[in-house]
Design a protein around this ligand. Sequence first.
Ligand SMILES: CC(C)(COP(=O)(O)OP(=O)(O)OC[C@H]1O[C@@H](n2cnc3c(N)ncnc32)[C@H](O)[C@@H]1OP(=O)(O)O)[C@@H](O)C(=O)NCCC(=O)NCCS
Length: 180
Amino acid sequence: MTQSVGTRIALRPAEPSEARRLYALIQANLEEGHLLPRTRSELAVHAARFVVAVRGRKIVGCAELAALSPQVAEVRSLAVDRAARGHGIGGAIVDELRRRARRQGFEKLCAFTHAPGYFSEMGFSIVPHTWLLEKIFTDCVKCPHFRACGQYAMVVPLDTAFDAERGAGRPASAALAMTR
Ligand SMILES: CC(C)(COP(=O)(O)OP(=O)(O)OC[C@H]1O[C@@H](n2cnc3c(N)ncnc32)[C@H](O)[C@@H]1OP(=O)(O)O)[C@@H](O)C(=O)NCCC(=O)NCCS
């Protein structure tokens, strides 16, 4: 399924053959976004978990929906090309991950970030890291910055009532219509 964001940007799942381009986009934003380093091979294996924003043939944004447990999914490797920022692409990608996560039966969507303001605008709340033990046991314990990373743990519930109240996680509109 592909979803158009305005007239020139479309959202769709990534393909394994795009691992090199995903890698390049994530690498370019690694420092600024304090993103988890990824390898090309894991990106190829997990390509289907990624939503990409494309303009023509160029990938201008991406993020992965990664399961931390049967209840909790994480927004990972969110990055938008510098030249394409400020047009709602990052927000549209997160909204799409939220819809996917809800369809897949997760109860919560979380993010670990140095940009809490960005995620709180989208309905996420800061929570203690210990509320997300799934993340601590999968990634944090292996990380050299464990206990000193400075990242905020943020969570949004995936229930429909919550979304209806804030008008988020909305279905694809004319400006945001999945086409593949
Ligand atoms: C964060 C990022 C994905 C946003 O992408 P985007 O397509 O520009 O996002 P949107 O267009 O949906 O939203 C833009 C809005 O978010 C705000 N915003 C962007 N980064 C922000 C931050 N770090 N903190 C708070 N607000 C932020 C912008 O000021 C803008 O606000 P406005 O609409 O009032 O002008 C992009 O800046 C990026 O790739 N940054 C580097 C990697 C990164 O930080 N990833 C997230 C780490 S978890």
